[in-house]
Design a binder for this molecule. Structure first.
Ligand code: S3P
Length: 744
């Protein structure tokens, strides 16, 4: 239920069916418009709309009300695509450009063509849109007030639209409870062809095929729930859908081609009883469908919170930090388990795998490279390794989302293949430096190109003969080291990587676990080609980088007592423990053991007052991902904390020095940034609204800060928490942090 103030004056609905009528009812229910006027060609519809209270007044043509419309009014055209031109002609004749006009057609290209034909360039007030909502029934009697609640509406603004008109359309849909997204017209039509028009075509065609199968009369008598669910959309309005597929003909035909080609491959697999191929297709589809449902439900929740897909955390001040918990699996180890498991011979069983977006991106990439991977199912993954030379050319670019580790390590592996591939990422990853891996790989003889400014997408041509090199890294980076060692598996001779300071060594440990020799000589790790990886079992410990949020939660909260179970405490990852201890934290390691080549322990933290310190530079690479939350510890410490030698923080998912400094300042903490670090003066955290800038660790760090703040902290843009810590909000609430998802 949305309780919004008046967002428009009059709403005029042209075509009072399910779509138009439901917008009218929603705005009335939420008191978002002063009056609803209906325009209906049919007398029966007009009378019904009045009788049902969908409209306050009703007319047969727009000419009758033209004189009374002006700025602040909005016309919603919800007529069949093919009558659009006639309506637009009337609107051009009678309605001034101060009135905002939008539509609800499912195809935007054809409507835009009509608008251009009738208005020429002068259509600043016509902002096209498409509510992604519907029902099996149509007509005004089917209209309901909550049809758009938590549904998406795509708005396709044009360069000649003015901001005021665009904003009025967005505000109107938001007032109806919808989540508003912007897209351009062409993208909209291509995406809808694939995800909506194609499924409708298939559903209509399937039901038609079966219904008219002369050998199987009355076949539907035997059909059950599966058939009903699959074919629900074949009950939609036939004429409307005929018009939609014709209006979006080119994109729909492309989608049908793609589908029939895939179907032909599946047919071939069934006819040749190719068990592997059939299993692959079905399993890939199951995982994709399950993920879709999760994302869909999640974004519906976000929309219900009115957050336009941007998850906002609202954290009440105070709260407790108590409990025993196990955070999800280690991200770095999960990535590597998929990679090395894929390159091994035999089946690798993984438990404790992190089902976060980053590691799932790696998993999907290896599926696209032809590896059969089962799961994940509650952290269990089975990888049917293809050996070092068994990967296949992917059909399309590998998109690794937000994950720098996936992209950089994959560059090393792909450099050794004899096929070409391309790696892409999301907006944040597309800004991160890739020359740090492309340049040394080129030195090894690989043909690897990053795009402009050394950023993604990265093109790996493949097919080159690699040779081992001796490389001293200019920065302490486990990703660069791992990338080169993995390329080294394919390079003639020996590949040596020297690091300026110790970085996480999961690649080296796991290679050994797979039976591959890695030599360590002081600061240099070394591999030779010619070996093979043999499948093994991997138990992924809980991620110390995720546990760190709760370590700091306990370290800053009087009365706290948190135990984190089964945490990976590899010496190259425990900077956060060392730094917190030096600040005075009461932190104990219990039950220390080694599992699958990685040290693991339970970590208990209880409150003790913290003091500011100069963070030893040697600890920086060992705590590189934990600084956002360590800055919160510093803000709660007495005195000054100084960090130096951490310029790498500026090229993480965001510039973490700047993003944290901005947020800390909003919360009343004095801090000064430097090129390679920050100086933080401990003090009283205040409430306020901070930006995570889409960086998962910044979002979680500011959530923890609320434990010691004197008023509510609102953290914007938190959706990416799912990249590394999908159940963070659940665990945070479980320990006593008063966190809610809320409207943007
Ligand atoms: C990672 C290495 C680190 C770290 C990242 C994961 C890895 O990056 O920040 O989150 O899994 O190798 P750099 O090696 O670039 O410092």
């Amino acid at each position: 239920m949305v309780d919004s103030p008046l967002v428009i004056n009059k709403l005029v609905v042209i075509g009072i069916g399910l779509i138009g009528g439901s917008l009218a009812l929603a705005l009335k229910k939420n008191r978002a418009c002063a009056e609803v006027i209906g325009i209906a060609r049919s007398q029966t519809t007009a009378e019904k709309a009045l009788e049902l209270g969908v409209v306050d007044r009703v007319y047969r043509s727009v000419a009758e009300i033209a004189g009374e419309l002006g700025e602040g009014d909005l016309i919603f055209v919800a007529v069949p695509t093919l009558t659009m031109r006639t309506v637009l002609k009337d609107l051009k004749k009678y309605v001034p450009s101060s009135v905002t006009i939008t539509d609800g057609a499912s195809v935007k290209g054809s409507v835009l063509a009509d608008v251009n034909a009738i208005y020429g360039d002068a259509h600043e007030n016509i902002v096209l849109g498409h509510p992604i909502a519907g029902a099996e029934k149509s007509g005004v009697t089917a209209a309901i007030a909550d049809l758009y609640e938590a549904h998406r509406v795509i708005v396709t603004p044009m360069p000649n639209n003015t901001e005021a008109h665009i904003e009025r359309v967005r505000a109107t849909w938001r007032a109806a409870g919808a989540q508003v997204l912007d897209m351009d017209v062409e993208d909209h039509d291509v995406v809808l062809a694939a995800t909506s028009h194609l499924p409708h075509v298939i559903a209509f065609s399937l039901v038609d095929t079966l219904a008219n199968d002369s050998n199987n009369k009355n076949i539907f008598r035997y059909a059950a729930g599966g058939f009903r669910d699959f074919t629900r959309i074949a009950s939609s309005d036939a004429i409307m859908w005929r018009d939609i597929v014709l209006a979006n003909k080119a994109a729909v035909l492309d989608s049908i081609d793609m589908f029939t080609a895939n179907m032909a491959r599946l047919k071939e697999a069934i006819s040749t009883e190719n068990v592997d191929d059939i299993t692959q297709v079905f399993k890939r589809a199951k995982v994709a469908r399950d993920q879709f449902v999760t994302y869909f439900n999640q974004s519906v929740d976000d929309a219900a919170a009115g957050s336009e897909g941007k998850v906002v955390y609202r954290v009440a001040p105070g709260g407790a930090a108590q409990g025993v918990l196990r955070v999800p699996g280690d991200k770095s180890i999960s990535h590597r388990a998929i990679m090395l498991g894929s390159l091994a011979e035999g089946v690798t069983q993984v438990t404790g795998f992190l089902e976060g977006e980053d590691t799932l991106a790696t998993l999907e990439s290896f599926r696209s490279l032809g590896v059969h991977i089962e799961g994940p199912d509650n952290g269990r993954v089975s990888i049917h390794g293809v050996g070092l030379h068994g990967l296949k050319k992917p059909e399309k670019p590998l998109c690794v989302g937000n994950s720098g580790t996936s992209m950089r390590l994959l560059c090393g592996i792909l450099a050794g293949q004899n096929f070409e591939s391309e790696l892409t990422g999301d907006e944040s990853l597309s800004k991160r430096p890739m020359s740090r891996v492309a340049s040394p790989l080129q030195e090894m003889g690989a043909t690897v190109y990053a795009s402009e400014g050394g950023r993604p997408p990265v093109n790996v041509v493949g097919g080159a003969k690699l040779k081992g090199i001796d490389y001293t890294m200019p920065m302490a980076s486990a990703q660069v080291k791992s990338c080169l060692l993995l390329a080294g598996l394919y390079a003639e001779g020996r590949t040596r990587v020297t690091e300026p300071a110790p970085t996480r060594d999961h690649t080296e440990r796991m290679l050994r676990g797979f039976g591959y020799e890695v030599v360590r000589n002081g600061a240099t790790a070394e591999v030779a080609s010619g070996g093979k990886l043999t499948a093994t079992n991997i138990d992924v410990p809980a991620d110390i980088s995720s546990a760190a949020f709760f370590m700091v939660a306990a370290a800053i909260t009087p009365g706290s007592d948190i135990t984190l179970q089964h945490v990976g405490v590899n010496p190259t990852r425990i900077g956060v423990i060392n730094i917190l201890r030096e600040m005075g934290a009461d932190l104990q390691l219990k039950n220390e053991r080694e599992i699958g080549g990685e040290p693991v322990a339970d970590i208990r933290v209880t409150y003790a007052p913290l003091i500011g310190i100069d963070i030893p530079q040697a600890q920086v690479p060992l705590a590189i991902d934990e600084f956002p939350v360590l800055f919160i510890a510093a803000a709660c410490a007495e005195g000054v904390t100084r960090l130096t030698g951490a310029e790498e923080l500026r090229v993480k998912e965001t510039d973490r020095i700047q993003s944290m400094a901005d947020g800390l300042s909003v919360l009343g903490i004095q801090c000064e940034t430097t090129e390679d670090g920050i100086v933080i003066h401990g003090g009283q955290l205040q409430g306020g609204e901070v930006e995570s800038c889409g960086d998962h660790r910044i979002a979680m760090a500011f959530t923890i800060a609320a434990l010691r703040a004197d008023a509510e902290i609102v953290v914007n843009n938190c959706a990416n928490v799912a990249t590394s810590f999908p159940n963070f909000t659940c665990l945070a609430k479980a320990v006593g942090i008063q966190l809610e998802l809320s409207p943007a």
